[in-house]
Design a binder for this molecule. Structure first.
Ligand SMILES: Cc1cc2nc3c(=O)[nH]c(=O)nc-3n(C[C@H](O)[C@H](O)[C@H](O)COP(=O)(O)OP(=O)(O)OC[C@H]3O[C@@H](n4cnc5c(N)ncnc54)[C@H](O)[C@@H]3O)c2cc1C
Length: 338
């Protein structure tokens, strides 16, 4: 790949967010990404564009200005109702060539992970996955893409100096969604699907939404999470009682998932889900870095562990020292049902 010259790079402008929609509903990660894009665009004295692909999305697209978008490109077509990675990658790649954005950010969701590597290849760009922080180098305007590396033991800041656009994915719930400002206005740009977008691609015949084995930890307000200290599936049954009592969801450490006590869909951490919940109750989880990166931005952390010196107990707002098999049943008895 030939590096772009400084003059070539100047042709690229604006920060793009790839919106995520599911069955016509804009997903929260889109608001989080717009919130992350806004300061980048301000630093580059440019604008935030959001690309929305879907069917009958025009009205929903209008709502994105409130979160900080300046322009929303809408590609509306009934063939885009359900996610088709090949078709969306062709559309996005084509729009990138046409508009030349400087930065493209996308959710590190199942959909984003299927889509954006295809776009990166088709546009000859690099891609930094799973960023936890994005910034602009004040010296040269490069995007600074920070993400955990080497098993989460270091944070690496990666830049893509020679190619444009600079592309990153960001996990859901890593960035905070801004409060909407309904007075903000912007411009909608309509783009159509063209024949080359649909040439030689697979056709989606039917989509099954299999909710079995999926847990929406990302949207839970309270998560009651268990680790190796839960000792087995019975321990997780106890945790479920506590979660039901407080109206929360059950999370888990990788140790508990690897032991087969609970399904992977519940795993929190570097190789599981990232959560940003109001209350995170960690029961028998020591708090190794790979777990902490997935939950440490929760508003309140309550830890229950017999060892007061674990990393989790150190970062907890409330640390309860003792045997969780005595403490949890007491909590279930005493806490009023929410
Ligand atoms: C590349 C990589 C990716 C990883 N990704 C993840 C990830 O996404 N998520 C994740 O969680 N881990 C991940 N890990 C694993 C991580 O390093 C830890 O091994 C794991 O988080 C430990 O789980 P734990 O805290 O449940 O177990 P432990 O570290 O064994 O902690 C168990 C805790 O339970 C307490 N305890 C035991 N019995 C009781 C009792 N009766 N009452 C009260 N407390 C009790 C102990 O004092 C201890 O603090 C990853 C590791 C690697 C190398």
């Amino acid at each position: 790949m030939i590096a772009l010259t400084e003059n070539d790079k100047k042709e690229y402008k604006n920060i793009w967010v790839v919106a995520e929609q599911l069955q016509g509903e804009i997903q929260l990660v889109t608001h989080e990404l717009i919130g992350a894009a806004r300061p980048l665009a301000d630093a580059r004295k440019s604008q935030v564009f959001v690309v929305v692909t879907g069917s009958k999305m025009a009205e929903k697209a209008e709502t994105l200005f409130a979160y900080g978008a300046d322009k929303v490109i809408v590609v509306d077509d009934e063939r885009l109702l359900d996610f088709n990675d090949e078709m969306e990658a062709k559309i996005l790649g084509r729009l990138i060539v046409k508009y030349k954005p400087e930065v493209v950010i996308c959710g590190a969701t199942t959909r984003g992970r299927a889509l954006i590597p295809r776009v990166a290849v088709s546009t000859n760009c690099g891609l930094t996955a799973d960023c936890t922080e994005l910034g602009i180098d004040p010296e040269n305007g490069d995007l600074l893409q920070t993400r955990p590396a080497f098993g989460g033991n270091i944070m690496a800041t990666i830049r893509c100096s020679n190619h444009r656009p600079q592309m990153s994915t960001v996990r859901p719930r890593v960035m905070k969604a801004p409060e909407p400002d309904k007075s903000r206005k912007g411009e909608i740009i309509i783009e159509n699907v063209i024949s080359s977008d649909t040439d030689n691609i697979k056709k989606v015949l039917e989509v099954f939404h299999n909710l079995e084995n999926t847990v929406n930890l990302a949207d839970a307000q309270i998560i009651v999470s268990g680790g190796r200290g839960m000792k087995g599936p019975q321990g997780f049954a106890l945790l479920k009682q506590l979660a039901d009592k407080v109206g929360g969801a059950v999370g888990a450490s990788r140790a508990a998932v690897d032991a087969g006590w609970i399904a992977y869909a519940h795993q929190v951490g570097q190789t599981g889900q990232t959560v940003q919940t109001k209350v995170y109750i960690a029961c028998g989880i020591s708090g190794q870095i790979q777990h902490l990166v997935g939950m440490q931005s929760s508003d309140m952390i309550i830890a229950i562990d017999k060892n007061p010196d674990t990393p989790m107990m150190q970062i907890a707002d409330i640390a309860v020292v003792g045997d969780l098999f005595e403490i949890i049943p007491e909590l279930i008895k005493e806490i009023p049902k929410l």
